[in-house]
Design a protein around this ligand. Structure first.
Ligand SMILES: [Zn+2]
Length: 404
């Protein structure tokens, strides 16, 4: 069964893993850099794509250097608001009707000037502006389109960038502690603020994540922050198995108990298994994958991003996504970084649909899974009502196109 690109774009989709700083419009990045007199390696989109935002990278570490430029321009709440608004608009144009935008507030704080609260509110304001414009449109009011719902996921970092060193120093100085302890304290401070913004100000902050270089990380560093989130009924996800193998996912699962895993690309890779208690590696990997499936822990799979950071993976036949499906581990397709990975959510669906035929009922189930695994910001009843509206819209678009 072949589906047209316009059909895929039209279908309501959910993007559960998208980084704000990796999803800017290139034109906006250049515009802000010029206005703020920020040095970039070039000031044309074409040159920046050749020098910085390249089609492929040697590895995750090189890929992450793209974010240094984005972080330099996201140093004021008004720029965060603008970029969040534009991301909301771009996602809407791509048929996304539920989005969870993640970013690391601590990377944008300027001590004595812009606090964690300021930067989270700015991103929330931008997304709210995009949502309000869409939700008040005649298409939504007349029932031709469905509302747009968003949530914000705050990312704790495994390392701090140069831009956030002053903020990070605060934790080192006041606690006089080692690096890991400072990261742990910073993550705890972040989630405490996020919970407060949700509970006292009604912001749609829906989850906690850990991002950044995976090599050398210890899940247990972030245990206090995850425990705090879970104690306050905040959902959680973790970047794991993007650069490292099964052991990283194992530690994330047993220490942090996340609701979802970001990437999980190397879940079947036992290369880095150093755990002394593992005698039978095959059985260990099977148990780990089985745990994910049994506990219904979804993998946020970002195919284009995985291709970019793992040049050895040429196409989906070398990607574990077909195995996730075979193992009945729930998978949701996500963009990761619209700018850095040069993608849209429709494009991610097209990669899968080009790889092998997906019958209409399975495509519908895949689309819906994005919504059911979301950390919806409202009540469970509201979430169920929204999913019912999404389902009806999906069925109606398939019927309009006489598919299925
Ligand atoms: Zn990511």
């Amino acid at each position: 069964m072949r589906y047209s690109s316009s059909f895929i774009t039209q279908l309501p989709k959910a993007d559960l893993h998208v980084h704000l700083d990796g999803s800017l419009r290139l034109s906006t990045l250049i515009d802000i850099a010029i206005k703020e007199r920020i040095a970039l390696p070039a000031y044309s989109e074409k040159k920046l794509q050749a020098l910085v935002f390249k089609p492929t990278f040697k590895n995750l570490a090189e890929y992450l250097t793209c974010f240094d430029h984005a972080l330099l321009i996201l140093r004021k709440p008004k720029h965060l608001e603008r970029c969040a608004y534009e991301l909301g608009c771009d996602a809407l144009a791509d048929g996304v009707r539920y989005i969870e935008v993640r970013f690391a507030p601590q990377q944008h704080v300027i001590p004595r000037k812009f606090t964690i609260e300021h930067v989270i509110k700015a991103v929330h304001d931008g997304l709210l502006r995009a949502a309000n414009e869409h939700n008040q449109s005649s298409a939504v009011k007349e029932g031709r389109d469905i509302p747009f719902v968003f949530g914000v996921i705050v990312c704790a970092m495994r390392t701090f960038s140069a831009q956030s060193s002053e903020y990070y120093a605060h934790f080192l100085k006041t606690k006089k502690t080692a690096n890991a302890e400072a990261l742990s304290q910073a993550a705890l401070a972040l989630i405490k603020t996020a919970v407060q913004l949700r509970d006292k100000e009604g912001l749609a902050v829906v989850g906690l994540d850990v991002a950044g270089k995976e090599i050398g990380w210890h899940a247990v560093t972030f245990k206090p922050a995850y425990e705090y989130a879970q104690k306050h009924l905040m959902c959680t996800t973790v970047h794991a198995g993007e650069d490292l193998g099964a052991e990283s996912i194992y530690h994330a699962l047993i220490s942090l108990h996340p609701d979802r895993i970001g990437h999980g690309l190397h879940i079947f890779n036992d290369n880095q298994l150093a755990l002394a208690h593992i005698k039978n590696r095959t059985l260990f990997l099977e148990r780990l994958a089985g745990l994910m499936a049994r506990k219904n822990i979804a993998i946020e799979s970002c195919i284009s991003s995985n291709f970019q950071t793992n040049p050895s993976i040429k196409d989906l036949s070398e990607h574990p996504l077909p195995r996730f499906v075979e193992w009945k581990i729930p998978v949701v397709l996500c963009t990761d970084n619209r700018l850095v990975s040069r993608t849209t959510l429709s494009h991610e669906y097209e990669i899968l649909l080009d790889y092998r035929p997906v019958p209409p009922e399975r495509l519908k189930a895949l689309l819906l899974r994005g919504f059911t695994h979301g950390f919806y910001p409202g009540s469970w009843t509201e979430r169920n009502a929204f999913i019912a509206v999404v389902q009806k819209q999906i069925d109606s678009i398939f019927a309009q196109h006489k598919i299925g």
